[in-house]
Design a protein around this ligand. Sequence first.
Ligand code: 5RP
Length: 233
Amino acid sequence: MSSIDIARESVAREALRYVRDGYVVGVGTGSTAMVFLRELHRSIINGAISNVLLVPTSTETEIEIVRLGLADLLRYPWQVDHIDIAIDGADEVDRKKNLIKGGGAALTREKVIDYWAREFVVIVDESKVFDSIPSKHPIPIEVIPFAWSIIKARLKELGGTAELRFGGGKRGPIVTDNGNYIIDYMPGTVTNIEDLERVIKEMPGVVEVGVFSGRRVSRVIIGRADGSVITMD
Ligand code: 5RP
């Protein structure tokens, strides 16, 4: 098993400690969130956790819930009146628990569910922790297709680079679960990531910005290669 796999399993198991019987659980998107979902599945099967409901943050997660045989537990946001806990991955985390998310293009549904949850727990391996963000990963921005070129130009005026996201086994730009495009924006210098988020969010045609405020994050569980975990509360 690779060191990343070891770290992912450790954080997934640690996150399970916060899930109680009867909880409505928001299930994140991405490879780390999928490890958590499989651990949760194991706990449901062996009876360690019961009566939970699962609200997915993407089509990827929804399909995995069904594939694991948990379709009876699947709920959409309009079928529940609250979410007790959301467990999700991230592309980057800083020391104030601010996040960059959206590497899997699921940032809008993730933000809806993660911010709605009473408790929002982030699970990452130690390679995702940086002194300032964005560091290696650009900020994903979901935009309506009609506005992509205008928003791209406006982002470049702010400084840095902005690219429409292509790839993923499809010709042309990738299309999100909401039928939109993604622009990956790497700013020049960032003095305040929350101010930057606000400025981008105000651009007409922007649906959501992949900056998640540390104030909305209950805790970040960081996994190390040796299987140990650190929790930032
Ligand atoms: C998807 C996300 C993911 O949580 C993020 O990309 C981390 O994914 P992984 O655990 O595969 O590294 O924000 O939109």
